[in-house]
Design a protein around this ligand. Structure first.
Ligand code: KOT
Length: 825
């Protein structure tokens, strides 16, 4: 098509009147209701659809320029995208905020009420999924051609409720009131095969080849979501796949008259994208999960090759057009899938296909926990994906042959590095496959990347030192500062202009203001207003009452032993014990609100007991008049992105207390820093970099370092020795064991106490005293409110490094080698 005949793209009027017309059109024609009778949900849906219209022009021109320029793209493959609410972000990106508030006001509609009506898409468990969401936001803002590929789970992360303080999970039916941000394309559905067997055949030239004869298949229906960049940038695409039964399958069974069977088949197929697995960092080796992984990866590769690339594209040039970034090992089955497409479907030689495939992937590892490293037993994998298993075997054979040349007398090393583990069952080590196939392997914080090199993947780092790199995580300043903390962002903009929103290093300009008493006063005023805001949210949402005139001490993250919520709890119980036994006067206690937010994987029994214990301690201390209201635990159920957005800006103290060497990075830690909280933390994950940037004097460091942990474990760790020698610790543990928090019943929390005394895998008892001492330093520091504010301002000023825009720059420079492309005007 020539420039003259290019059809125009529709535009929208950026005026209050234009917006009001559009909105009413959506409400009347789209929703089919009149404003006088419209429900809040009607108005929310009409509003969302109106706002997305305003982004459409940019989206379509982004797609058009991409088709024309064929620039190299990043395909971010991730089983999770934890997006959070969309409306505010879309308003910000479309620059419509003022127009919309005026327009809605003229119609007598409360924007806040519409905001609250949105159900957040919780298509992720925690850090890994939220990181993916931050990254695609940054890529769009930075005009980087990219596409996110994932799964449109019908049910996202479960809704947590508490019954008598115990976690009870409810399904997250996030689609029930409509889903205005997605664009389904059933006509573009892709077929995905499973099962069956592999057969040998001769091609037209008499060459013996192997091919997959699948046993069953499903369809993947793409749902497109806009990913709008801030301020006139690109609007990229997130494509999530939803599983449906194939029509052939259906018709066959329908024609045979077995209606019930046809419906069963439908349900079977749709099960694949039905629900997000709720384990964070401890995946279960379930067959359905492998089905999910292959499902979205096969759809995505086919989509990219057949739909995104031009029809005549020479796939030998694939590495010039794409890099598939593997978000942990969940999408790693993409590697043998691309090989299968090239060898079996395109008829390439093995070597030719491998040469291309190994240039197309890069792998990000997000953990150090051995139990989080995915392995798939070969009998399961071979049953579900027999051809892929063959391909993995061949990749491994060739890799091991190469190793035997490099290490002729070191068969032990060769066995250690094998993609196939032989013990305890024969299984595919997905991290090894990703490392062998990837151009690069990165950890997510400096310490984590170092430990990957030195421990988890040390043999590989020895063999391919240049493959290993670090990209420290980041968070999007649009969502986690600009939108979530309007007070502070306003103050920052007033002080240094608004360039920080896309160039977070500019926050450095705030440093001198840490010494400006008036700036500090306003900063404190904003923190206080944020406390009032969360207090009102907690009261309405959970019936929890908190006192804004207290230190807000916040620990929000998944419940996991390695994150050590129990260490925080031991601190609280110890304080309580000392007050109630008169060892310290209640008047000497710094008034604190201990806020927790944490979901436990439904099958993680100990984690659920810890949740119950936090709630039980909360009930006891919140009601004890002896404390005169000076200590309070607030544990709202169902911590999610939406709650994070109001809780984090109100925090004074950020709890980042994982055992050193276990938290790959953390990203909550960065959000707190940018919102002016001080961190109490171990030398772990990105805490290390936070402390380096903010300075030792502005960070409450405690605990064993990673090498010290290794040493203690090596020597043999005996938690009971700490119990024996530390009276405060003993009193705290004894109080829990006595049934003081469980109506006198000693059995309820016995498993937690026993675990700590006998096993304590994550050395909570070893770090207890150091933690309590660090908390005492917090109390002293907080008492000097001017100096505390000064340090809080410095945290903000020195946090610019933790923008996900910087992470994206690092990925581009070190891994992807792509370039920004602005959409056509
Ligand atoms: C889940 C399953 C298998 C392997 C790793 C995970 C995982 C890791 N899920 N979330 N993470 C977190 O990822 C964040 C983003 O990189 C990190 O900040 C955090 O430390 C990880 O625990």
């Amino acid at each position: 098509m020539t420039a003259e005949t290019t059809p125009p793209i529709a535009t929208r009027e950026h005026t209050v009147d234009g917006f009001v017309r559009e909105f009413l059109r959506e409400l009347n024609f789209g929703q089919g209701v009149d404003l006088t009778r419209a429900s809040v949900n009607d108005k929310y849906l009409a509003m969302a659809r109106t706002v997305r219209h305003y982004l459409m022009t940019r989206w379509l021109s982004t797609l058009r320029s991409q088709a024309k320029l064929q620039a190299k793209s990043v395909a971010y493959l991730s089983a999770e995208f934890l997006l959070g609410r969309q409306l505010d972000n879309a308003l910000l990106a479309s620059g419509l905020e003022d127009i919309v508030s005026e327009g809605l006001e003229s119609l007598g509609i409360d924007l806040e009420e519409l905001r609250q009506a949105e159900i957040e898409p919780g298509l992720g468990n925690g850090g890994l999924g939220r990181l993916a969401a931050c990254f695609i936001d940054s890529l769009a803002t930075m005009n980087v051609p990219s596409i996110g590929y994932g799964i449109r789970y019908e049910y996202g992360i479960f809704k947590q409720t508490f019954v008598d303080g115990w976690q009870v999970e409810k399904p997250d039916d996030w689609l029930r009131l409509g889903s205005p941000w997605e664009f389904p394309h059933p006509e573009a559905a892709v077929k995905v095969n499973f099962g069956g067997h592999v057969e040998q055949y001769q091609d037209d030239d008499g060459v013996v080849k192997r091919r997959w004869v699948p046993g069953w298949s499903v369809l993947g229906v793409p749902y497109n979501y806009m990913v709008p960049g801030y301020d006139e940038g690109r609007v990229n695409t997130l494509r999530l796949w939803s599983a449906r039964a194939t029509r052939a399958f259906d018709l066959e069974i329908f024609n045979s008259g077995d209606y019930a069977e046809a419906v069963r088949a439908q349900t079977f197929a749709e099960n694949i994208s039905k629900v997000l697995y709720p384990e964070d960092s401890t995946p279960q080796g379930k067959e359905l999960r492998l089905q999910q992984q292959y499902f979205f990866v096969a759809c995505s590769i086919k989509d990219f090759v057949d739909q995104v690339l031009p029809q005549d594209f020479d796939l030998h040039k694939l590495p010039d057009r794409i890099v598939f970034q593997l978000n942990d090992t969940h999408p790693v089955i993409a590697v043998p899938e691309l090989m299968r497409v090239l060898v079996d479907e395109k008829g390439w030689d093995w070597d030719e296909a491998w040469a291309v495939t190994k240039q197309c992937f890069a792998y990000t590892c997000h953990t150090l926990l051995p139990e989080a490293l995915e392995v798939w037993p070969v009998d399961l994998l071979g049953r579900l994906l027999p051809r892929h298993l063959e391909i993995i075997y061949r990749i491994n054979d060739e890799f091991l042959a190469e190793l035997r040349v490099a290490y002729p007398h070191d068969e032990l090393r060769v066995r250690r590095m094998s993609i196939i583990a032989e013990y305890p069952v024969r299984a595919v080590r997905m991290a090894y496959l990703a490392t062998v196939a990837g151009t690069k392997v990165n950890g997510v914080a400096a310490l984590h990347s170092q430990l990957l090199r030195d421990k988890v993947l040390d043999d590989f780092a020895g063999y391919w030192p240049e493959k290993f790199t670090n990209v420290t995580n980041g968070v999007t300043p649009r969502r986690f500062l600009k939108l979530s903390n309007p007070g502070l962002s306003g103050l920052i903009t007033e002080a240094i202009g608004d360039g920080w929103v896309t160039d977070l290093d500019q926050l450095k300009g705030l440093e001198p203001l840490a010494d400006d008493a008036e700036f500090r006063r306003r900063f404190r005023e904003i923190k206080y207003a944020n406390k009032l805001r969360i207090a009102s949210v907690l009261e309405q949402r959970d019936g929890i009452v908190v006192n804004p005139d207290t230190l807000f001490d916040v620990m929000v993250k998944r419940l996991h032993e390695y994150k050590r919520q129990t260490l925080k709890l031991l601190h609280i119980v110890s304080l309580y014990e000392k007050i109630t036994t008169g060892k310290i006067a209640v008047a000497d206690v710094t008034p604190r609100t201990f806020a927790f937010g944490a979901k436990a994987a439904p099958g993680y029994v100990l984690a659920k007991q810890i949740i119950a214990l936090i709630n039980a301690v909360g009930r006891t201390i919140n009601d004890d008049p002896a404390l005169e209201g000076r200590l309070r635990i607030a544990f709202p159920a169902n911590y999610n992105v939406t709650l994070a957005e109001t809780l984090i800006p109100a925090a004074d103290l950020s709890e980042q207390i994982s055992l050193a060497g276990k938290e790959a990075s953390g990203t909550g830690n960065m959000k707190f820093m940018l919102n002016g909280a001080l961190t109490i933390g171990t030398d772990d994950g990105a805490n290390v970099e936070i402390r380096e940037l903010v300075g030792d004097e502005n960070f409450f460091l405690f605990g064993l370092t990673e090498p010290q942990v290794a040493e203690v474990v090596e020597r043999g760790y005996h938690p009971s020795a700490y119990y024996e020698t530390n009276l405060d610790l003993r009193n705290a543990l004894d109080l829990i064991a006595s049934g003081a928090f469980s109506g006198g019943d000693r059995a309820t929390f016995e498993p937690i106490v026993s675990n700590l005394l006998n096993e304590d895998r994550f050395l909570a008892l070893a770090d207890f005293q150091a933690y309590v001492d660090a908390q005492a330093r917090v109390d002293v520091a907080y008492a000097d409110s001017e100096d505390w504010t000064r340090r809080a301002v410095l945290n903000v000023a020195r946090g610019g490094f933790f923008s996900s825009d910087r992470s994206m720059r690092d990925y581009i420079d070190r891994i992807w080698h792509t370039y920004p492309v602005a959409p056509e005007a």
